[in-house]
Design a protein around this ligand. Structure first.
Ligand SMILES: Nc1ncnc2c1ncn2[C@@H]1O[C@H](COP(=O)(O)OP(=O)(O)O)[C@@H](O)[C@H]1O
Ligand SMILES: Nc1ccn([C@@H]2O[C@H](COP(=O)(O)OP(=O)(O)O)[C@@H](O)[C@H]2O)c(=O)n1
Ligand SMILES: [Mg+2]
Length: 235
Protein backbone atom coordinates (compact mmCIF):
# COMPACT_ATOMS: atom_id res chain seq x y z
CA UNK A 1 0.00 0.00 0.00
CA UNK A 2 1.08 3.54 -0.50
CA UNK A 3 -0.38 6.89 0.39
CA UNK A 4 -0.05 10.58 -0.26
CA UNK A 5 0.09 13.40 2.23
CA UNK A 6 -2.77 15.83 2.39
CA UNK A 7 -0.87 18.90 1.26
CA UNK A 8 2.22 19.98 -0.58
CA UNK A 9 5.41 20.39 1.42
CA UNK A 10 6.59 23.91 2.30
CA UNK A 11 9.42 23.43 -0.19
CA UNK A 12 7.17 23.70 -3.18
CA UNK A 13 4.39 25.87 -1.78
CA UNK A 14 6.63 28.51 -0.25
CA UNK A 15 9.57 28.80 -2.62
CA UNK A 16 8.16 27.12 -5.70
CA UNK A 17 11.27 28.35 -7.52
CA UNK A 18 11.79 25.01 -9.17
CA UNK A 19 8.68 25.36 -11.26
CA UNK A 20 7.13 28.74 -10.67
CA UNK A 21 9.90 30.91 -12.10
CA UNK A 22 10.67 28.69 -15.01
CA UNK A 23 10.28 30.27 -18.43
CA UNK A 24 9.22 27.42 -20.67
CA UNK A 25 10.61 26.79 -24.12
CA UNK A 26 7.03 27.05 -25.38
CA UNK A 27 5.87 30.05 -23.35
CA UNK A 28 3.27 28.12 -21.42
CA UNK A 29 1.46 29.95 -18.65
CA UNK A 30 2.94 27.67 -16.06
CA UNK A 31 1.83 29.87 -13.18
CA UNK A 32 -1.61 28.47 -13.80
CA UNK A 33 -0.41 25.05 -12.82
CA UNK A 34 0.10 25.97 -9.20
CA UNK A 35 -2.11 24.63 -6.54
CA UNK A 36 -1.65 24.43 -2.82
CA UNK A 37 -3.70 21.27 -2.62
CA UNK A 38 -2.82 17.79 -3.76
CA UNK A 39 -4.86 17.10 -6.89
CA UNK A 40 -7.91 15.01 -6.10
CA UNK A 41 -8.47 11.67 -7.76
CA UNK A 42 -11.60 11.15 -9.78
CA UNK A 43 -12.01 7.68 -8.35
CA UNK A 44 -12.17 8.89 -4.77
CA UNK A 45 -8.67 7.68 -4.04
CA UNK A 46 -9.48 4.03 -4.76
CA UNK A 47 -7.65 3.64 -8.06
CA UNK A 48 -3.92 3.50 -8.64
CA UNK A 49 -1.72 6.59 -8.61
CA UNK A 50 -1.19 7.70 -12.20
CA UNK A 51 1.57 10.02 -13.39
CA UNK A 52 1.61 10.99 -17.07
CA UNK A 53 5.02 11.94 -18.46
CA UNK A 54 4.98 14.40 -21.34
CA UNK A 55 7.53 16.31 -23.41
CA UNK A 56 8.67 16.55 -26.99
CA UNK A 57 10.67 13.86 -28.78
CA UNK A 58 14.09 13.55 -27.15
CA UNK A 59 13.20 15.69 -24.14
CA UNK A 60 14.40 12.88 -21.84
CA UNK A 61 11.15 11.25 -20.76
CA UNK A 62 12.41 7.68 -20.97
CA UNK A 63 15.71 8.50 -19.29
CA UNK A 64 14.03 10.18 -16.34
CA UNK A 65 11.33 7.48 -16.10
CA UNK A 66 14.07 4.89 -15.56
CA UNK A 67 15.34 6.93 -12.60
CA UNK A 68 11.84 7.41 -11.19
CA UNK A 69 11.27 3.65 -11.35
CA UNK A 70 14.55 3.01 -9.55
CA UNK A 71 13.89 5.58 -6.82
CA UNK A 72 10.14 5.39 -6.34
CA UNK A 73 9.13 1.97 -7.69
CA UNK A 74 6.44 3.15 -10.07
CA UNK A 75 5.53 0.82 -12.92
CA UNK A 76 6.72 2.36 -16.18
CA UNK A 77 4.50 2.08 -19.24
CA UNK A 78 5.92 3.77 -22.34
CA UNK A 79 3.21 4.22 -24.97
CA UNK A 80 5.85 4.29 -27.71
CA UNK A 81 7.46 1.06 -26.41
CA UNK A 82 4.07 -0.67 -26.27
CA UNK A 83 3.41 0.37 -29.87
CA UNK A 84 6.87 -0.78 -31.01
CA UNK A 85 6.30 -4.09 -29.23
CA UNK A 86 3.02 -4.44 -31.10
CA UNK A 87 4.83 -3.90 -34.42
CA UNK A 88 7.46 -6.50 -33.47
CA UNK A 89 4.78 -9.04 -32.56
CA UNK A 90 3.26 -8.84 -36.07
CA UNK A 91 -0.15 -8.02 -34.65
CA UNK A 92 -3.05 -7.06 -36.90
CA UNK A 93 -2.34 -3.35 -36.27
CA UNK A 94 1.43 -3.67 -36.75
CA UNK A 95 1.67 -2.24 -40.26
CA UNK A 96 -0.65 0.68 -39.51
CA UNK A 97 1.29 1.49 -36.35
CA UNK A 98 4.63 1.29 -38.16
CA UNK A 99 3.49 3.62 -40.94
CA UNK A 100 2.03 6.07 -38.43
CA UNK A 101 5.25 6.14 -36.40
CA UNK A 102 7.36 6.62 -39.56
CA UNK A 103 5.22 9.66 -40.36
CA UNK A 104 5.54 10.98 -36.82
CA UNK A 105 1.76 10.94 -36.47
CA UNK A 106 -0.42 9.72 -33.62
CA UNK A 107 -1.69 6.15 -33.63
CA UNK A 108 -5.49 5.89 -33.15
CA UNK A 109 -6.25 6.31 -29.47
CA UNK A 110 -8.26 3.10 -29.12
CA UNK A 111 -5.19 1.08 -30.10
CA UNK A 112 -2.83 2.84 -27.67
CA UNK A 113 -5.31 2.96 -24.79
CA UNK A 114 -6.11 -0.71 -25.17
CA UNK A 115 -2.39 -1.56 -24.93
CA UNK A 116 -2.05 0.59 -21.81
CA UNK A 117 -5.24 -0.89 -20.38
CA UNK A 118 -3.97 -4.44 -20.87
CA UNK A 119 -0.74 -3.59 -19.02
CA UNK A 120 -2.48 -1.81 -16.16
CA UNK A 121 -5.12 -4.48 -15.67
CA UNK A 122 -2.62 -7.32 -15.65
CA UNK A 123 -0.40 -5.57 -13.12
CA UNK A 124 -0.61 -5.59 -9.32
CA UNK A 125 1.05 -2.20 -9.19
CA UNK A 126 -0.71 0.69 -7.49
CA UNK A 127 1.37 3.41 -9.12
CA UNK A 128 1.94 3.91 -12.80
CA UNK A 129 4.22 6.15 -14.79
CA UNK A 130 2.67 6.51 -18.23
CA UNK A 131 5.30 7.88 -20.60
CA UNK A 132 4.52 9.60 -23.91
CA UNK A 133 0.80 9.62 -23.33
CA UNK A 134 -1.58 11.38 -23.88
CA UNK A 135 -0.13 12.87 -27.07
CA UNK A 136 -3.40 14.53 -28.14
CA UNK A 137 -6.78 15.60 -26.79
CA UNK A 138 -8.19 12.52 -28.49
CA UNK A 139 -5.70 10.33 -26.53
CA UNK A 140 -6.67 12.06 -23.31
CA UNK A 141 -10.41 11.72 -23.86
CA UNK A 142 -10.08 8.05 -24.88
CA UNK A 143 -8.10 7.23 -21.72
CA UNK A 144 -10.68 8.95 -19.51
CA UNK A 145 -13.53 7.21 -21.29
CA UNK A 146 -12.05 3.72 -21.45
CA UNK A 147 -10.16 3.68 -18.15
CA UNK A 148 -12.52 5.91 -16.20
CA UNK A 149 -9.48 7.58 -14.69
CA UNK A 150 -7.43 10.77 -14.79
CA UNK A 151 -3.78 11.27 -13.88
CA UNK A 152 -2.95 12.46 -10.39
CA UNK A 153 -0.02 14.46 -11.67
CA UNK A 154 1.58 15.23 -15.02
CA UNK A 155 5.30 15.82 -15.50
CA UNK A 156 6.30 17.96 -18.46
CA UNK A 157 9.91 17.83 -19.60
CA UNK A 158 10.37 21.21 -21.18
CA UNK A 159 13.22 21.31 -23.68
CA UNK A 160 14.23 23.63 -26.53
CA UNK A 161 13.63 22.18 -29.98
CA UNK A 162 17.26 22.33 -31.08
CA UNK A 163 18.30 20.26 -28.07
CA UNK A 164 15.54 17.73 -28.71
CA UNK A 165 16.59 17.34 -32.35
CA UNK A 166 20.24 16.81 -31.35
CA UNK A 167 19.32 14.20 -28.77
CA UNK A 168 17.03 12.29 -31.12
CA UNK A 169 19.60 12.26 -33.91
CA UNK A 170 22.22 10.92 -31.50
CA UNK A 171 19.99 8.39 -29.78
CA UNK A 172 21.32 5.36 -31.71
CA UNK A 173 18.51 2.98 -30.83
CA UNK A 174 17.83 2.13 -34.48
CA UNK A 175 14.35 3.64 -34.37
CA UNK A 176 12.61 4.25 -37.70
CA UNK A 177 11.49 7.70 -36.52
CA UNK A 178 14.87 8.98 -35.31
CA UNK A 179 15.78 10.83 -38.50
CA UNK A 180 15.66 14.52 -39.32
CA UNK A 181 12.56 14.34 -41.53
CA UNK A 182 10.45 12.43 -39.02
CA UNK A 183 11.67 14.42 -36.04
CA UNK A 184 10.66 17.68 -37.74
CA UNK A 185 7.18 16.21 -38.28
CA UNK A 186 7.05 14.97 -34.69
CA UNK A 187 7.87 18.45 -33.42
CA UNK A 188 4.99 19.88 -35.46
CA UNK A 189 2.66 17.22 -34.07
CA UNK A 190 3.96 17.93 -30.57
CA UNK A 191 3.17 21.64 -30.88
CA UNK A 192 -0.20 21.19 -32.57
CA UNK A 193 -1.58 18.26 -30.58
CA UNK A 194 0.42 17.74 -27.39
CA UNK A 195 0.92 21.30 -26.14
CA UNK A 196 -2.86 21.80 -25.82
CA UNK A 197 -2.99 18.71 -23.57
CA UNK A 198 -0.12 20.06 -21.48
CA UNK A 199 -1.94 23.37 -21.15
CA UNK A 200 -5.11 21.53 -20.18
CA UNK A 201 -3.32 19.87 -17.26
CA UNK A 202 -1.73 23.19 -16.30
CA UNK A 203 -5.22 24.68 -16.02
CA UNK A 204 -6.31 21.66 -13.95
CA UNK A 205 -3.45 22.29 -11.50
CA UNK A 206 -1.87 18.92 -12.25
CA UNK A 207 1.17 19.98 -14.26
CA UNK A 208 4.73 19.98 -12.94
CA UNK A 209 7.14 21.49 -15.42
CA UNK A 210 10.72 20.32 -15.35
CA UNK A 211 13.52 22.22 -17.09
CA UNK A 212 14.88 19.38 -19.26
CA UNK A 213 18.21 21.07 -20.01
CA UNK A 214 21.17 19.96 -17.91
CA UNK A 215 22.69 16.71 -16.83
CA UNK A 216 20.46 13.70 -16.24
CA UNK A 217 21.13 13.99 -12.50
CA UNK A 218 20.39 17.72 -12.38
CA UNK A 219 17.09 17.13 -14.09
CA UNK A 220 16.25 14.26 -11.78
CA UNK A 221 16.77 16.53 -8.76
CA UNK A 222 13.81 18.57 -10.00
CA UNK A 223 11.76 15.40 -10.40
CA UNK A 224 12.77 14.31 -6.90
CA UNK A 225 11.52 17.62 -5.52
CA UNK A 226 8.11 17.04 -7.07
CA UNK A 227 7.83 13.53 -5.65
CA UNK A 228 9.15 14.68 -2.29
CA UNK A 229 6.58 17.45 -2.20
CA UNK A 230 3.82 14.98 -2.94
CA UNK A 231 5.15 12.75 -0.18
CA UNK A 232 4.68 9.58 -2.15
CA UNK A 233 5.27 6.91 0.43
CA UNK A 234 5.59 3.22 -0.31
CA UNK A 235 4.57 1.06 2.62
N1 LIG B 1 19.84 15.47 -19.81
C1 LIG B 1 20.28 14.94 -20.95
N2 LIG B 1 21.30 15.51 -21.60
C2 LIG B 1 21.76 14.98 -22.77
N3 LIG B 1 21.24 13.88 -23.35
C3 LIG B 1 20.20 13.28 -22.74
C4 LIG B 1 19.67 13.78 -21.52
N4 LIG B 1 18.65 12.96 -21.14
C5 LIG B 1 18.55 12.02 -22.08
N5 LIG B 1 19.48 12.21 -23.04
C6 LIG B 1 19.68 11.39 -24.24
O1 LIG B 1 18.82 11.93 -25.24
C7 LIG B 1 18.20 10.90 -25.98
C8 LIG B 1 16.69 11.00 -25.82
O2 LIG B 1 16.36 10.67 -24.48
P1 LIG B 1 15.05 9.84 -24.15
O3 LIG B 1 15.03 9.59 -22.69
O4 LIG B 1 14.96 8.66 -25.05
O5 LIG B 1 13.93 10.94 -24.53
P2 LIG B 1 12.40 10.79 -24.89
O6 LIG B 1 11.90 9.52 -24.27
O7 LIG B 1 11.75 12.01 -24.32
O8 LIG B 1 12.34 10.78 -26.40
C9 LIG B 1 18.79 9.58 -25.47
O9 LIG B 1 19.88 9.20 -26.29
C10 LIG B 1 19.28 9.93 -24.07
O10 LIG B 1 20.38 9.14 -23.68
N1 LIG C 1 0.51 8.15 -27.23
C1 LIG C 1 1.31 7.85 -28.27
C2 LIG C 1 2.70 7.64 -28.06
C3 LIG C 1 3.49 7.38 -29.16
N2 LIG C 1 2.95 7.30 -30.39
C4 LIG C 1 3.76 7.06 -31.59
O1 LIG C 1 5.01 6.52 -31.25
C5 LIG C 1 6.06 7.42 -31.63
C6 LIG C 1 7.19 7.28 -30.67
O2 LIG C 1 6.75 7.65 -29.38
P1 LIG C 1 7.75 7.66 -28.14
O3 LIG C 1 7.00 8.13 -26.95
O4 LIG C 1 8.42 6.34 -28.04
O5 LIG C 1 8.80 8.74 -28.62
P2 LIG C 1 9.79 9.65 -27.74
O6 LIG C 1 9.08 10.94 -27.46
O7 LIG C 1 10.12 8.90 -26.52
O8 LIG C 1 10.96 9.86 -28.65
C7 LIG C 1 5.37 8.78 -31.70
O9 LIG C 1 6.06 9.72 -32.51
C8 LIG C 1 4.03 8.38 -32.31
O10 LIG C 1 4.12 8.13 -33.70
C9 LIG C 1 1.57 7.50 -30.56
O11 LIG C 1 1.07 7.45 -31.68
N3 LIG C 1 0.78 7.76 -29.49
MG1 LIG D 1 10.83 7.87 -25.02
Amino acid sequence: MWRRAASLSPFISSSGSLIRNHQTAYNLKIWESFTTEIPTQVKGGKGPFICFVLGGPGSGKGTQCAKIVKNYGLTHLSAGELLRREIASNSEYGTTILNTIKEGKIVPSEVTVSLIQKEMESSDSKKFLIDGFPRSEENRAAFERIMGAEPDIVLFFDCPEEEMVNRVLNRNEGRVDDNIDTVRKRLQVFKALNLPVINYYARRGKLYTINAVGTVDEIFEQVRAVFAALKLVTE
